[in-house]
Design a protein around this ligand. Structure first.
Ligand code: ATP
Ligand code: MG
Length: 692
């Protein structure tokens, strides 16, 4: 499989902020900056509403539910606007008192009771008349002490307090209104940010895949396929999460923290400071747990990757497993990984299972403290009941973003790792290609002292020199692994020689525009690859220049037409990614037809006839004759029968060119070629070079 195999990605931990990387990531976001600005604005609006909601509740409690008038024992009016009530007492509207004054009155025990005050209008007068023993007329209206209200039926009470009921209704309506607006803003914000995020994702995938298409084979050889797939999908997604989850939410969380602190300090400084003492614990706990959780999670991911790889491998090798009766061993091996996955998963679940409740307990302890200390404050008149109620909401709003921070830190960390990998691909230099084009390729090929190694200094080709004249038909033979396919790879510019030069029509391959060069030649590779698409498309290779009849013509020329016409939908039959519907021989013939359809001046055949029967072979032999006639052709063959009619043979052995010449001359030399020939035709086939 080309030396590439399926590898699966391990999650790694990296640093959360790498500004150099971040700057490059942000460059992808630049085209969508207006969307981000919009999202930020919406987030700001949401924050304001979130802050306003508890305040609305506070207002409802303090201005409506709690009676604002108190009777204060004092010899002189304690505050401007205080109304004399009984001898030595005054009625005071609590909301007109400054906090310290109210607290002082409370502490000195001078607040006696609360009063309901009903504005003295006609409607009220009529009602009050029924309970005249409870009410007393004051300059601000009819006043009755709170405890006396028990004697009034609740319906009448509601009518007496009609204005308060109305205000309450208005507040409830405003609350709902805020909720609706928050919903709309949230929807808008999520949509905007996700739209931008998906756009960035789209751009990144395109950039990554676009670069993969240009990368040199020598790079792709070294990369497991699975890893590159992960780059183009998972890693890109991890960066998207950063844009959608972190960027805006972080800002919103910080806004909320700042806003909540502002409101809390405004409501009560002492209480806020006490609650703030909790935050270090929450932060430390959150970050500690997140770290744990992430480790457990990535451990589980690693094992999951192994499970996936094992299942994939087993499925593709199922025939061999069953043939060699490896079912039991396979089951055991799988059970082992499966168990490890189960354990890893449980570890991860345990961490999360502890994390949530612990944070929740912390929050509730803070809440208990709030009720205890804050409740005392209310009793002591240090602040209002409404403020206490609002605090219970704000405290949650304060802690949740802090817990979120740790999560965002993790996401950021993962995104940085992903970004690093993605940029590693994007930074990979495309296959170097020259700019010279050859208008008409004759296919003259020269190897000049070529040395080549896939890895470092493990020479696969050593000092190979040969020359193929235009229109010449040359065969390359040699034992398995001697370097034949490597020569083809070099001649087509998939790899660059370390030493020496390769010339095509007298031009150094390094200077040639490879795309242009490859368009003018055809290769029948050793390993056939069929793309998803139908048979005709696979022969024409989506090339608009090749007319559709050419597909059939080419198939006829190589003798595969009858096979293909017999398929369920003929030439419209879809072949799966790896051509599972076709036999190996059919695929090889189809690949040959592909080359014929391209009608090139220069054709390279690597083992083109390895897997076909003798009868078809004769047919193909004839087709090859036709294909090779008038073209420069290089044919690699194990079966020497297919090369009887070539002009010249190059014999490769262990990366070196050991013999070279026409078939007869080589046979006369009684060297390596002669030995190979003897082996091949020992079983009774005609050893005569001229037959065929
Ligand atoms: N992509 C690669 N990366 C590293 N080594 C490779 C790669 N392709 C081939 N090789 C090695 O280079 C040597 C020559 O391989 P090559 O495919 O050229 O042989 P070949 O003559 O075509 O053999 P065969 O007749 O079996 O097709 C072998 O030892 C092989 O292991
Ligand atoms: Mg080969």
């Amino acid at each position: 499989m080309n030396g590439r195999h399926h590898g699966y990605e391990d999650e790694q931990l990296g640093k959360a902020l790498d500004f150099r990387l971040l700057r490059r990531v942000v460059r992808f976001a630049r085209p969508y900056r207006l969307l981000f600005v919009l999202a930020f604005l919406l987030a700001g609006g949401i924050t304001v509403i979130e802050l306003a909601l508890p305040y609305l509740v506070k207002t409802a409690v303090d201005s409506v539910l709690v009676l604002p008038w108190i009777e204060v024992r004092a010899d002189v009016p304690p505050v401007e606007g205080a109304l004399p009530y009984d001898p030595g007492t005054f009625l005071v509207n609590e909301q007109t008192l400054a906090d310290p004054v109210r607290q002082a009155l409370e502490e000195e025990g001078r607040v006696l009771r609360r009063f309901l005050v009903v504005p003295a209008d006609v409607a009220a007068a009529e009602l009050v008349a029924r309970y005249s023993h409870l009410f007393r007329l004051t300059p601000v209206g009819y006043a009755a002490p709170e405890e006396a209200l028990q004697d009034i039926p609740s319906l009448d009470l509601l009518r007496l307090r009609a204005s308060a009921v109305e205000l309450l209704g208005f507040l409830a309506l405003a609350y709902v209104g805020f909720l609706v607006v928050r919903f709309l803003l949230t929807y808008g914000q999520v949509y905007t940010i996700q739209y931008a995020g998906q756009k960035i994702l789209y751009d990144m995938r395109r950039a990554v895949f676009g670069n993969l298409l240009l990368l040199p084979m020598s790079y792709l050889d070294r990369q497991p396929v699975g890893r590159l797939v992960t780059r183009a999908t998972n890693d890109v997604a991890a960066i998207n999460v950063m844009f959608t989850q972190v960027l805006v939410r972080l800002l919103r969380d910080l806004l909320i923290i700042a806003g909540v602190l502002g409101v809390m300090f405004h409501l009560n400084v002492r209480l806020t400071l006490i609650l703030l003492a909790f935050t270090p614990f929450i932060l430390v706990l959150a970050f500690w747990f997140r770290k744990r959780a992430r480790e457990a999670y990535s451990a589980a991911r690693r094992v999951l990757a192994r499970i996936n790889a094992y299942i994939a491998e087993s499925l593709s090798g199922m025939e061999i497993i069953q043939l060699f009766r490896q079912e039991e061993r396979s089951r055991q091996a799988f059970a082992d990984i499966n168990r490890r996955f189960f354990r890893a998963q449980m570890r991860s679940i345990t961490v999360y299972g502890v994390f949530g409740p612990v944070i929740s307990v912390m929050q509730n302890i803070a809440l208990a403290l709030l009720i205890w200390y804050g409740g005392r404050g209310v009793l002591a008149g240090a602040f209002t009941l409404g403020a206490l109620v609002a605090f219970t909401s704000y405290i949650r709003m304060l802690f949740q973003p802090m817990v979120n921070l740790s999560e965002q830190y993790n996401i950021l960390q993962a995104a940085m790792v992903a970004a690093e990998r993605i940029f590693a691909i994007l930074d990979e230099k495309p296959e170097p290609t020259g700019t010279r084009t050859i208008p008409i390729l004759h296919g003259e090929l020269e190897f000049r002292d070529v040395w080549f190694a896939y890895n470092d200094e493990e020479w696969v080709l050593q000092n190979v020199s040969f020359h193929v004249a235009p229109g010449e038909r040359v065969a390359i033979v040699g034992p398995t692994g001697s370097g034949k396919t490597t020569i083809v790879g070099l001649a087509l510019g998939f790899y660059r020689p370390q030493k020496g030069a390769i010339l095509v029509d007298g031009v150094d391959l390094a200077e040639l525009d490879l795309q242009d060069y490859r368009r003018k030649l055809a290769l029948v590779p050793q390993e056939v690859f069929l793309f998803s698409g139908d048979v005709a498309e696979n022969i024409r290779m989506w090339d608009g220049v090749v007319p559709s009849e050419a597909a059939e013509g080419a198939a006829k020329a190589v003798g595969v037409h009858d096979h293909l016409a017999r398929l369920p939908e003929g030439y419209r039959t879809q072949v799966k990614e790896r051509g599972v519907r076709l036999s190996v021989g059919e695929r090889q013939l189809l690949s040959l037809a592909r080359a014929v359809a391209a009608d090139p001046k220069f054709i390279v055949l690597d083992e083109a006839t390895a897997n076909i029967d003798s009868q078809t072979e004769a047919q193909v032999q004839e087709a090859l004759e036709r294909v090779m006639a008038g073209r420069t052709a290089i044919a690699i063959a194990h079966r020497l029968s297919t090369i009887r009619n070539v002009d010249r043979v190059l014999v490769i052995h262990e990366g070196k060119l050991v013999e070279e010449g026409p078939v007869e001359a080589l046979l006369a030399r009684k060297g390596l070629f002669w030995a190979l020939w003897q082996l091949q035709f020992a079983s009774g086939e005609s050893p005569s070079p001229a037959a065929g």
